[in-house]
Design a protein around this ligand. Sequence first.
Ligand SMILES: *Cc1c(COP(=O)(O)O)cnc(C)c1O
Length: 373
Amino acid sequence: MNQKVFVTRSSLPPYEEYVKAIKPLWESHWITNMGHFHQELEERLKGYLEVSEISLMVNGHMALELAIQAFDFPKEAEVITTPFTFVSTTHAIIRNHLRPVFCDVKIEDGTIDENKIEELITKKTVAIVPVHVYGNICQMEVIEEIAKRYNLKVIYDAAHAFGVKYKGEGIGNYGNASVFSFHATKVYNTIEGGAVTFSEHTMYEKLYNLKNFGIQGEELVTDIGANAKLNEFAAVMGLCNLKYIDKIIEERKKRYEFYWINLKEIKGIRLLSRDKQITSNYAYLPVVVEDEYGLDRDRLYACLRENGIYSRKYFYPLTADQACFGEKYKSVELVCARELSRKILVMPLYEELEMKEIRRIVNIIKNRGLENV
Ligand SMILES: *Cc1c(COP(=O)(O)O)cnc(C)c1O
């Protein structure tokens, strides 16, 4: 019996290294509330992501919620966003008492269709929240030109795009803010964690305040904030994992390329387009199961599962079609997003995934669901 292969596996530093690194916490007893390691990790990440400002958060979702809250948008204002994402993106908008206006995506790479944004803008629109889905970068120049013309804020959900560069520059420098996730399942993790990057310095104070209940002093609370502070154990994990991130991305790249050259030959299997101006982090390997393949996506998913391969239907259903929203957005025209959602399947990919397992996966896909033919 083959071993089970999951879609991802959390990166961990050597055990001894982490244990040694947390020792000082037993001396200081300062284990959360923007301690030494929290501050050190902010500095290190500024360097790695090549951004001027960063604020660490307890997770990517709270980073997104508070990044949106920081702009003080009027209640019930509209935010143009994509439904082809993790539910967090849509939840963060709605939990801020704003209305998501879903824009279709491009069938080639899954990112928001920049040519369909403008027709969705109304007097109530205040922001655009695009997603760099799978680390595929949105057409940022076009999006920001539209935002400038209509005086809108742009907040990128960059949860999949840690370390990705566009034209040689860290993508966290684009828009009014970008949000990263350091969840255990992402390319880079702090167990749970996240960050907001931005260029306006005043936002640092604002986010610091919001992640700490809005407390300004012992007797003064100025904002209705939340508790979104990254603790010291998580920060140390982040510092340790950061030492290995280039190696991790390098190992992911080898596996990604191996999948790519083998899968691109298979009739009916389509790989999403890659932009030559992007330095990738090889976060995900999504495949599109086209009609010509012979089996539909759900059949391939089931065949892989029977062979111990746990691929994932990221992202199906669309967030707009999730049970929590009932019929509310069912009539919104999202032709490409719904098609992609119906055909997409994300393959296992992580730095220690054995090449023989990838070969096995490729063979199953090649043989239309059968391991040996
Ligand atoms: C993971 C993820 C988030 C949420 O991040 P957490 O750290 O899990 O809270 C938000 N958006 C997208 C697209 C994600 O994949």
